[in-house]
Structures are given as C-alpha cells and as structure tokens.
Design a protein around this ligand. Structure first.
Ligand SMILES: Nc1ncnc2c1ncn2[C@@H]1O[C@H](COP(=O)(O)OP(=O)(O)OP(=O)(O)O)[C@@H](O)[C@H]1O
Length: 278
C-alpha cells in the first residue's frame, strides 16, 4: 500500500468581521503531508494555526466565499454538507489531541471507556473484546498502569490525562495525528516525557495497533502545532511557518534553527533561548 498523504489545496477560510464583512484568515493555503513525516506547524499567535487544524478536522463552518480542497490519499474530502457516516473513514484516519486534553475527556467515563468508546463511535472493525484489547495494549504502552483504568478523569493527573487522550487518538490506528500545543503548560519533566513519546511514535508506529493497512509500517504522520521551535525540534524533522494565513517557509527543522529565511521564521528562531550546539 502506498504511503498515506494529506493534502490541502488553496484553502481559504474567513470569519465574520466586525463590519459584517468576512475577514480572511487562511488565504489559498497549500500543504502536503506524508504518513511517514513529523511536521511542526509554527507561527505567531493569530496567524491561523487553529483555523487550519479545525479545517483539517472538518469541524469548521466555511463562510460564503471560502473554498479549497482537502484530500486524503488523493481523494477529495467533503468540506461542506458533511454526513457523519460518510466522514467516518476520514475521522479514523485523521485523529487529534487537543491543547487541553484533560478537558477533552468525558468526565463521566473511566479511562478505559474513553478509549473503547472512541473505537465504537468511529465504527472501528472488531467487537467489544477486540476494542478492549486494543485499549489495554495502548494504555499499558503509554505507561498508564491498570489501577488507573477504572478511574475517571478527575481522579488522574494532568500528565496521565494527556496520555489517555493520546491513547484515545491512537486507538483507531490513524494515518495522521494532529496535536495542538502538546507540551504547553506542562512542567519540564513531563514536557520531556511527552516529547520523547511523540518522537518514539513517529518512526515505526511502535505504539499503534495494527493498522488496516498493515503494509504501511510507518507510525502516523504527525502535525504538531506549537509556538515553540525548540520543543518541536526534538520531534519534527520538517517545520512549516505560517504567517497571515499562508505557509511562508517550509524547511527541515535543523535548517530553520540555523538559517531561517522569512522574518516570521527568524522571530521564532530568535525566541529559542539557547541554540542547540549542533
Ligand atoms: N470564531 C472566530 N470568530 C472570529 N474571528 C476568529 C474566530 N476564531 C479565530 N478568529 C480570528 O482568526 C485569526 C486566526 O485565529 P487562530 O485561532 O486560527 O490563530 P492561531 O494561530 O491558532 O493563534 P494562537 O497561536 O494564539 O492559538 C485571529 O485573528 C483570531 O482572532
């Protein structure tokens, strides 16, 4: 099976402005991600990163005049008038870990059920036993011991909640995983732990349950949204810099740390407190 691809072509998104006229936030944006890649999406606050993520997750509301295409493996995905059933294959393939994972967990359900329920909702093949086995494997692999599995979100720590959200996102064996600021607000130790975990994810799919495309040996492609070039440099080989609703630089992360071209990239590099020696 060929490598997965997630493609965005000439994507335009707007919000209603104060004068009632649409205010363009994404401006004919193009993006190409491969299933084997680890890509950071950086940019100053307000440049449109979340708007792009929402578009990729098909949870936005395009305004009149908005357009462009999102394609999974070359197939256009409906970005308007979406029916839940028709979108399930896409939702299984493109998963998400939000910025505040603890808040994204269902407060009424225990850790194990957060994962099994996601599998059921997404119509992932297999019965309850198989879903539970997948959840067991992932929770254990993410260092969430069995005595946590029957606890509800308010009974676990923030770092544990983050890993539960990650387990839930990985359970359907996605081909792409989108992460919104995965380490912002974490203490330094936990930050390292999460970054190591993400770095380990990308190479060989080590944590992912067997994918329906088992021939695809790669882990999910990662798209990591962040403000922090230094943090993503540990995980992402490629970095996209956004400014004013467009990708203004697309370069290997190592190159961006040493030779940023666009002023927006230079500002990000200059915000890195200590440049790595290499
Ligand atoms: N629902 C909305 N209605 C109107 N304007 C919005 C809405 N959501 C975002 N915006 C505006 O669109 C622009 C892009 O916002 P977006 O959240 O995509 O930026 P961002 O790059 O994710 O910022 P941050 O890094 O601060 O999260 C901003 O100017 C923001 O104020």
């Amino acid at each position: 099976m060929s490598e997965a691809s997630l493609t965005v072509r000439r994507l335009t998104r707007s919000y209603p402005g104060e004068d009632g006229r649409p205010r363009r936030v994404l401006d004919r944006l193009d993006l190409d991600l491969a299933g084997s890649e680890t890509v950071a999406l950086l940019g100053r606050s307000g440049c449109g990163k979340t708007t792009l993520l929402r578009a990729l997750l098909l949870i936005d509301h395009p305004q009149r005049g908005d357009g462009g295409q999102i394609l999974l493996d070359g197939e256009p995905v409906p970005t308007r008038r979406r029916s839940a059933g028709a979108l399930r294959p896409y939702r299984r393939a493109v998963q998400y870990v939000p910025q505040d994972p603890a808040a994204s967990l269902d407060p009424r359900r225990d850790v194990l059920t957060q994962v099994t329920r996601a599998l059921r909702t997404l119509d992932v093949p297999g019965g309850a036993d198989e879903h539970e086995a997948t959840a067991h494997t992932l929770l254990a692999a993410l260092d969430l011991p069995r005595d946590l599995w029957r606890r509800r979100p308010h009974e676990i720590s923030g770092g544990q909640a983050q890993r539960v959200a990650l387990a839930r996102a990985l359970a359907p064996a996605p081909r792409f995983l989108l992460l919104d600021e995965p380490v912002s607000g974490l203490d330094p130790a936990l930050r390292h732990q999460v970054l190591d975990l993400l770095a380990g994810l990308s190479d060989d799919g080590g944590l992912c349950p067997p994918s329906p495309s088992a021939a695809d040996m790669h882990g999910p492609g990662l798209l990591v949204v962040s403000h922090d070039l230094a943090a993503v440099a540990r995980v992402c080989r490629r970095t996209l810099v956004m400014d004013d609703g467009q990708v203004v630089e697309d370069a290997p992360t190592a190159q961006l740390l040493t030779e940023p071209h666009h002023p927006a990239s230079r500002a990000l590099r200059d915000a890195v407190p200590h440049m790595p020696a290499d």
